[in-house]
Design a protein around this ligand. Structure first.
Ligand code: ZN
Ligand code: ZN
Length: 369
């Protein structure tokens, strides 16, 4: 699939972000983050300000500030702009969001919001409908993915030519393709939102977007056939509704490239600062450079969400020596309550690797004896 040629990977570097750490190859897990100097306990390590793409689940959209992701404990935030489907915790956040989103980006959010509102009135249960929920749980292979994207290629070309032509000179096939795209089921509004946020990053922050290219793409990123189909439908739907200036950014390479980097690399957005018991799971996002931290069940680094960003600091447990690998826990601080069997099972199911961290290896050895 030549249009996916951009999935080639660039060499990652954190040199512009911090002199305290460096990205280096590891023996087993691709790249990892290493200390470039001795780090005292609790030292700041890295900070990433914003995700390249994210989604706040639709059920929480009125309760989470669109700028800083602050959660209003189940209440709607009062400052809102429902044209764009966004709410804010303060007037400052509203202004900051407007500053970050030029008119074209706002127009795109507005187009998506009106489309979803219109469809929500027509479809009684727009979210997670079962209409196309076949094959859930089976991750499509590369051939199925290639075929799914190939199967929407001609329709996409017709929609684009219809959008870029005068209505009077458009053909019946072009008009029909556009109408059909507008009728396609919306199985998952969160996927469309995630994709649109990535397209907008591509537009407004090319350097943030290009940092995505250093993240290893997953060749099988879709968790089910439904997720694959929802993504190809999201592509056609966005082609049908977005401002035409955004159509050059709305391509299979960009959308599939985003999904391929999202799989296993995204972080959950929780109502608290980390991911602890009792917090609400509000959405997820991808902070590309942050995805180079490998996992350990005895992490040397903790992460704290600050607004739309993450701050990584060395833990209070010990000094990290120069050249040691810096690891976070993918288990969201639940690791202390879990056995080695439970940890390995969760990591295998969620991230596809058998944890060989020192803690797992020593506990597994004790269990064997
Ligand atoms: Zn806010
Ligand atoms: Zn482990």
């Amino acid at each position: 699939m030549s249009e996916f040629a951009s999935l080639a990977r660039s060499v990652p570097s954190l040199a512009s972000k911090s002199s305290r750490v460096a990205i280096k190859p590891t023996l087993h897990a691709g790249f990892g983050v290493f200390a470039a100097i001795d780090l005292e306990p609790g030292s700041p390590v890295l900070r990433f300000d914003r995700p390249v793409a994210y989604t706040i689940f639709r059920t929480f959209r009125r309760e989470v500030c669109a700028h800083c992701f602050a959660y209003n404990l189940g209440q709607y935030w009062k400052i809102k702009d429902l044209r764009y489907g966004v709410v804010f915790c303060t007037a400052e956040c509203q202004q900051a969001w407007l500053d970050r989103h030029p008119p074209l980006a706002r127009e795109a959010f507005s187009a998506l919001e009106s489309f979803i509102q219109l469809r929500a009135r027509k479809d009684s249960d727009i979210i997670k409908s079962e209409r196309i929920a076949f094959g859930a749980g089976f991750s499509p292979d590369v051939d199925e993915i290639t075929e799914a994207w190939r199967s929407v290629h001609d329709r996409a070309a017709l929609i684009i030519s219809r959008r870029l032509s005068d209505l009077s000179t458009s053909t019946k096939a072009q008009r029909r393709a556009l109408q059909e795209a507008l009728q396609l089921p919306i199985d998952d509004t969160d996927i469309i939102y995630f994709v649109l946020s990535g397209i907008i990053s591509h537009l407004t922050s090319p350097s943030l977007w290009s940092s995505l290219e250093s993240v290893a793409p997953n060749p099988r990123p879709y968790t089910s056939k439904t997720a694959l189909l929802s993504t190809t439908y999201a592509y056609l739907q966005l082609l049908a509704i977005l401002p035409t200036e955004l159509l050059p950014f709305t391509t299979p390479a960009i959308i599939h490239g985003l999904m391929a980097r999202d799989a296993c690399n995204s972080f959950g957005i929780w109502s608290g600062t980390g991911s602890r018991d009792g917090d609400e799971f509000l959405g997820y996002g991808i902070w590309p450079d942050a995805s180079f931290f490998n996992h350990s069940c005895q992490p040397s680094v903790t992460k704290t969400r600050v607004g739309q960003g993450w701050e990584f600091s060395s833990t209070l447990r010990r000094v990290v020596a120069k050249d040691d690998e810096l690891c976070i826990s993918y288990l969201g601080e639940e690791e202390d309550k879990m056995s080695v069997v439970e940890r390995r099972k969760k990591l295998w199911n969620g991230w596809g690797f058998e944890c060989m961290c020192p803690k797992c290896n020593s506990e597994a050895a004790i269990a064997r004896n």
